[in-house]
Design a protein around this ligand. Structure first.
Ligand code: MOS
Length: 689
């Protein structure tokens, strides 16, 4: 495997790497939160006497006595500020004690009395509260209409009209959220498990009425996030609040059982897709209409119809988002939010169209390649979807595929394909690169490495510019007092931080070329990309890919097993093949998991998600993903960053679920439109096959 191994790999495997919950300042206390047990209502009384009877318990903070916070941009962070309960599992108190065991026991002894109100948690398609938001997430217009869809529909030779459903999903990174906070001379320090310390700093400063410079947030190592650590979370606010109230450091690590309610989830969707086409497969009209939901606390609109504005040529189109606010936990970002859900529906519908037209599904997609971005008319900075489809078909052995799958005893075997896409997002960043007197180089930028290899790729970028071996470069990241960098999200990290590192390293290389030995105190150069990141925005900038899956379905039990998954991606220049491959594979595995296993169910009676551990929320394990291959096309793109890279963290999950569902159809003739494709999806539908 070419490329560079993780710079911090040895530290991680030897246990030397320090995560947020590994910080134990002297005198540190432990906090444990108390979740609400009603789905909607108000607290009328809190009895803390039993909890406080243990001498190791120092306090139980509630809305009656917790420090007041300034108004939060994100209402989910207004913890212990009011008697209202917006959803089950929302925190209503915080026990603080000398030991973790005492804190947890005390949390269990807090007696909260509520007036419970009837709750509304079931997503129904005729809900009277459904409304049209102004925007979907990402700032996209909620609705876009082009051409005459009705006319295209009436004139079509072939029509597909199908509704697809995706369930709520939970991120469940390996490391649950944790923070250790302490105050010193009015300044706040927080070790947090976060995808971006800059945003946590900004938020804590605003909530506690501080200048950003009075807050230091450190996320040196993070055990995954997938989006649920992409915004500041209640645990870090609670830790800071308790540390202020008690005048001692406070450590708060969330138990996994709490995560489902307080750190976000992928919102469920109901998606109606209509395709109006000619018999030769050419699309004349395309509609994708999304219904999703959010909490009463804030509007969150999974932008699932947005990829349909990018994918296929169609003279008429209609892409819309509707949302309903219910008494449920607040959804948030989860790997490829919008694309992962929307492309399941769109790419399943494309397969249905291929079947209806009798056209190979790879060929169908090639026939509908656009010359420019269909919705905006902007040119693509680069688009190599066709190459991904052809290269994937060749590697996968697609030409051997028959019109239907085949039987191997009681197993039905089939293959499927789907396309994927993810936008190129780039944010401003600043960086410093230093030449040290010992001949090594130090990169400083507030990037966050959530396990992706961010630290390593930044060293690779600097080493390439400086023309030195990567092992002579170190990277200092994950602290809010470093030169500013945005969140590790939206697959934007490498392009955003990397651009600043590239610019700073280029400046340093010029200074070094001017001659003279490096002084003992070093030589450095800094850069800020604020003025440059808008460059190239007149183009539609996206990564593309093609996913191929082979499945077997047990005709007696309905069990689906993945046999093979193969993806080919066009994501600009790949800067570190070793860690990039891992990102693609990780995304594909998560997509396979979304296809076959992952599901959170809303408990209508209690109003929360029933799955609150990894025994009931199933994620793919090695046995579920026997053969996964990721490949890429060497793509040149002058209109992204100076490195020529697009993002790679999320595209691997996009389209995977559709490829699997399409393979299930090929194997069985049964079209599954609701995820996950568990045994329940197929039981009773395979008789006679
Ligand atoms: Mo990721 S869902 O962009 O943090």
């Amino acid at each position: 495997m070419s490329g560079h191994e993780r710079l911090e790999g040895r530290e991680k495997v030897t246990g030397a790497a320090r995560y947020a919950d590994d910080r134990h300042p002297p005198g540190c206390l432990y906090a444990f939160p108390v979740p609400a047990t009603v789905a909607r209502g108000a607290i009328t009384a809190i009895d803390t006497s039993a909890a406080l009877a243990d001498h190791r318990v120092l306090a139980v903070l509630t809305h009656l006595d917790a420090p007041r916070l300034a108004k939060a941009d994100d209402p989910t962070l207004a913890v212990l500020q009011s008697a209202r309960v917006a959803h089950r599992g929302q925190y209503v108190a915080l026990a603080v004690a000398e030991t973790l065991e005492a804190a947890e026991a005390a949390a269990g002894e807090v007696r909260v009395t509520y007036t419970a109100e009837p709750h509304d948690v079931v997503l129904v398609e005729d809900h009277p509260g459904i409304y049209a938001p102004e925007q979907a997430n990402g700032g996209y217009p909620a609705d876009r209409m082009r051409g005459d869809l009705d006319a295209a529909w009436s004139a079509a030779e072939v029509r597909i009209d199908a509704t697809y459903r995706t369930p709520p999903l939970h991120n469940h990174p390996m490391e649950p959220h944790a923070a250790t906070a302490f105050w010193e001379d009015g300044r706040l320090t927080a070790y947090d498990s976060s995808q971006g310390t800059g945003e946590v700093r900004r938020t804590l400063a605003a909530l506690f009425g501080l200048e950003p410079g009075q807050v230091l947030v450190v996320s040196e190592h993070v055990g995954g996030g997938f989006g649920c650590k992409g915004t500041p979370r209640p645990h870090v606010v609670l830790a800071a609040m308790a540390a202020r109230a008690l005048g001692r450091p406070v450590r708060l690590a969330l138990p996994r059982a709490h995560l489902a309610a307080v750190v976000g989830h992928r919102a469920p969707t109901v998606q109606r897709v209509r395709l109006a086409a000619r018999r030769d497969g050419r699309i004349e009209g395309l509609a994708q209409e999304i219904l999703t939901r959010s909490s009463t606390l804030r509007e969150f609109v999974e932008q699932a119809a947005v990829p349909a504005r990018v994918m296929y040529r169609s003279p008429a189109s209609r892409t819309t988002h509707r949302v309903v606010r219910q008494d449920v936990p607040t959804p948030s970002w989860m790997r490829a939010p919008g694309e992962a859900t929307g492309m399941f529906a769109l790419e399943s519908a494309m397969d249905e169209l291929a079947v209806a037209c009798g056209i190979d599904p790879v060929e169908l997609r090639l026939r509908n390649e656009p010359d420019a971005e269909p919705d905006s008319g902007r040119p693509f900075s680069s688009r190599h979807l066709a190459e991904c489809l052809r290269e994937g078909a060749r590697r996968f052995g697609w030409e051997r595929r028959g019109p239907t799958g085949r039987a191997e005893g009681r197993l039905l075997v089939g293959t499927g394909v789907a396309a994927s896409t993810y936008p190129v997002l780039i944010g401003p960043a600043a960086a410093e690169v230093r030449a040290e007197a010992d001949g090594t180089f130090l990169v400083r930028v507030n990037a966050t490495d959530i396990g992706t290899g961010a630290r390593t790729v930044l060293a690779v970028i600097a080493a390439e510019v400086l023309a030195v071996p990567v092992d002579r470069v170190r990277a200092e990241i994950g602290r809010s007092d470093l030169p500013r960098g945005g969140v590790a999200g939206g697959s934007s990290g490498t392009s955003s931080w990397g651009w600043a590192v590239h610019a700073a390293a280029s400046g340093l290389a010029r200074r070094l070329a001017e001659g003279g030995p490096v002084p003992v105190e070093g030589l450095s150069a800094s850069a800020d990309t604020q003025a440059y990141v808008k460059q190239g925005a007149e183009y539609s900038r996206h990564a593309f890919g093609a996913q191929f899956a082979e499945v077997q379905v047990d005709r007696d039990t309905g069990e689906v097993r993945l046999r093979r998954l193969l993806g080919v991606f066009a994501a600009g220049r790949i800067l570190n093949p070793r860690t990039a491959r891992s990102q693609f594979l990780g995304g594909m595995v998560m997509g396979a998991s979304m296809a076959l296993l992952e599901e959170s169910t809303m408990d209508a009676e209690f109003g929360d998600h029933a799955e609150r551990d990894l025994a009931s929320y199933h994620v793919a394990v090695n046995a579920d993903v026997p053969d996964v291959q990721a490949h890429w096309i060497e793509e040149e793109d002058q209109h992204v960053s100076p490195m020529g890279s697009k993002g790679i963290g999320e595209i691997g999950i996009v389209g995977t679920a559709a490829a699997v569902a399409n393979a299930v159809y090929h194997a069985t003739g049964v079209r599954v439109r609701d995820l996950p494709i568990g045994v329940r999806a197929l039981v009773g539908r395979l008789e006679g096959l």
